[in-house]
Structure formats: structure tokens, C-alpha cells
Design a protein around this ligand. Structure first.
Ligand code: FE2
Length: 328
């Protein structure tokens, strides 16, 4: 195996306690992500979600194998709702970032992962609308139930971040309350692929913050701000929050979008065979900012940042990034 740092993770912030601004800044500076505990989360909803999506990906993969076609896909919306199947997405990274990485990634052109995008809007104004697979009658209920849990935790963390960045408590909420947030299970077929297959190649996320809980199988690796790659094992009943590109732009590049990858480890392969489970599903929420939010360095970061990017709206930024991904 190539130059992998020993797995480790940062300290865990318990949201029931008072969280100091210093704690937030030191976590972001040293690790580039946050791990939090939120005792309000109903973890049964997380298990129900995993069960559902394992069955869903299994069924659709079989359908693709047998008929060469698959339901629930919307290329006209660039797969931004419903199902996206293997090899349609490209990992998104800046070539320049490679110069900063001590542990160099293995680069791939296409991601052999599957995904499903399930949108949520506070105002209910979906465009494009949610899509419910016809053969999964509990889909909507289970997805909504789990999505709400992750959003609630995210809202609380965003209040803490707003204060840590010298803004009013509702600053980030006011900049996300008209956005489309995506619950986005990623499905990786652990039995079809060889060990070391990159399911999601080296990339950063386009959105504001990505929220995860622990998957049933390992495989998530992140690059720390010092350029070292570590395997990130999210502890049980803990939530990971990792900055995306919009976060980087709001903080003037002081806190960068976290690079990460997912690949098939020996352990995941072994466990998959032992448990007779074919799919590694992630519990991922992409939190977005409102289309009309202007991405520019927040006052708190002005003196710390040497970024001179011109202000740009979220809508324009997202369009620019999505064009690069060139879905089939
Ligand atoms: Fe990602």
C-alpha cells in the first residue's frame, strides 16, 4: 500500500456542551474537518436508511446488468436529482492542489460509484422536483426522516460557526434557507471491483459543507491541511462535517475545501464477503448556500486571507463547477 499515514481522527465536539471559538478554529486549522456528537439524532433512522439504500442500489445494478438500462435517471437535469450510475461522474480537483499534497493521490478519470440525489428545501420550492422510485414504497418516508436529522445537526453546527466567525448566530442559516440541500447516498459495489479501486477519485466537494455518518464499511480517506492523507474512520454515532468549495470561498481560502477519496480496502472486501453484503453506502448530506449568496471573504478572515478572487454568486460558481464535471 502507498504511503498511507496511520489512521487517526481529531477530537469530537459534543454539541450538548458549550463549544469555544478556539476549539472550532483549531479543529479546522489542524484537521480541516469537524466531528460532532448530537444526542438528538435518532440512529435507528440511519440504519433504516442504510438498509433501504443497500437494497435500492442492489436492485438497480441488477437491472442495469440485465437490461442495459436503469430507472430513475435524469440526464436532462445533469443527474442532480434521482439516480446516477457508475462512471458518469468525474472527480473534481485543481491540478495546483497536487503540489501541496505530501501524499500524492492516484488519479482516475471516472468514478465507478453510484449515487442518488434526494433534495430538500426549507421553502418546498423544488426545481427539479424530488423523484421517488416507484418500486420502493417507503423511500420518501425513510429518506425524509434521515435527512431531517442531518440537517438539524448541521443547523446547530452552523450557528456555532457563525459565532466563531464573528457573525450573528443565524448568519449561515440565512444563507442556506432558500437553497437545495441534497441527501446523497453513494453506493459502491464491493464485490464487483478489485481491492484498491477508487470509487470516488481524489476530489473536493462543490457545495458548502458535506455531512456524513459512519458507513457500514471502511474506505474514506482525507487529506489533512498539511498534505498528509489519513483514513478517516468516523466513530459510532458521530457526525463528520467537511468544508466544500463554498466554505473555502467564504473564508477567503483560510479553511480550504477538504480533499478526499473513497476506495476499496482489503478490510471492506473481506467484511463484504463475510457479511454477504455487496454495497457500501454512505450517509452523505450536501448542504448548499442560497443561489443569491455572494461568495466573498467574510470580514473575520480579511486579515488572515491572501485570496483575491472576485466576488461571485453561488449560482454562477455552481454553474461553473458543474460544467467541468461533464456528465455523460
Ligand atoms: Fe466528496
Amino acid at each position: 500500500m502507498r504511503n498511507i499515514s496511520k489512521y487517526r481522527f481529531s477530537s469530537i465536539i459534543d454539541l450538548s456542551n458549550r463549544v469555544s471559538n478556539d476549539q472550532i478554529h483549531s479543529q479546522l486549522k489542524n484537521y480541516g474537518y469537524l466531528l460532532v456528537k448530537d444526542k438528538r439524532i435518532d440512529w435507528k433512522a440511519n440504519e433504516e436508511y442504510f438498509d433501504l439504500m443497500e437494497q435500492y442500489f442492489e436492485k438497480r445494478a441488477l437491472q442495469l446488468e440485465q437490461s442495459g438500462k436503469v430507472d430513475d435517471c435524469f440526464p436532462q437535469y445533469k443527474y442532480q436529482i434521482g439516480l446516477g450510475y457508475e462512471n458518469i461522474g468525474k472527480p473534481n480537483y485543481d491540478k495546483e492542489s497536487l503540489k501541496l499534497m505530501i501524499d500524492q493521490p492516484i488519479l482516475i478519470d471516472r468514478d465507478p460509484k453510484w449515487k442518488y440525489f434526494w433534495p430538500y428545501r426549507y421553502d418546498g420550492q423544488y426545481n427539479p422536483p424530488q423523484w421517488v422510485p416507484k418500486d420502493f414504497p417507503n423511500f420518501e418516508r425513510i429518506m425524509n426522516k434521515w435527512q431531517i436529522q442531518l440537517l438539524r445537526t448541521t443547523e446547530l453546527v452552523l450557528e456555532i460557526l457563525s459565532l466563531a466567525f464573528n457573525e450573528k448566530q443565524d448568519f449561515f442559516y440565512n444563507n442556506m434557507n432558500k437553497a437545495t440541500h441534497l441527501l446523497s447516498p453513494i453506493g459502491c459495489d464491493l464485490q464487483k471491483h478489485q481491492i484498491n479501486t477508487r470509487f470516488s477519485g481524489y476530489h473536493y466537494d462543490l457545495n458548502f459543507i458535506t455531512i456524513h455518518t459512519k458507513s457500514r464499511f471502511p474506505g474514506l480517506f482525507v487529506w489533512l491541511p498539511n498534505g498528509k492523507r489519513v483514513e478517516l474512520r468516523i466513530p459510532e454515532q458521530t457526525v463528520l462535517l467537511q468544508p466544500g468549495k463554498l466554505f473555502e470561498l467564504m473564508t477567503g481560502g483560510v479553511y480550504k475545501a477538504g480533499y478526499h477519496e473513497a476506495f476499496l480496502t482489503e478490510e471492506a472486501k473481506r467484511e463484504s464477503i463475510k457479511q454477504n453484503k455487496r454495497w457500501r453506502v454512505t450517509s452523505t448530506l450536501f448542504a448548499m448556500l442560497n443561489d443569491d449568496t455572494i461568495l466573498q471573504t467574510m470580514p473575520y478572515f480579511k486579515d488572515l486571507s491572501n485570496c483575491n478572487q472576485a466576488p461571485i454568486s453561488v449560482k454562477e460558481q455552481f454553474q461553473k463547477e458543474l460544467n467541468k464535471l461533464s456528465y455523460v
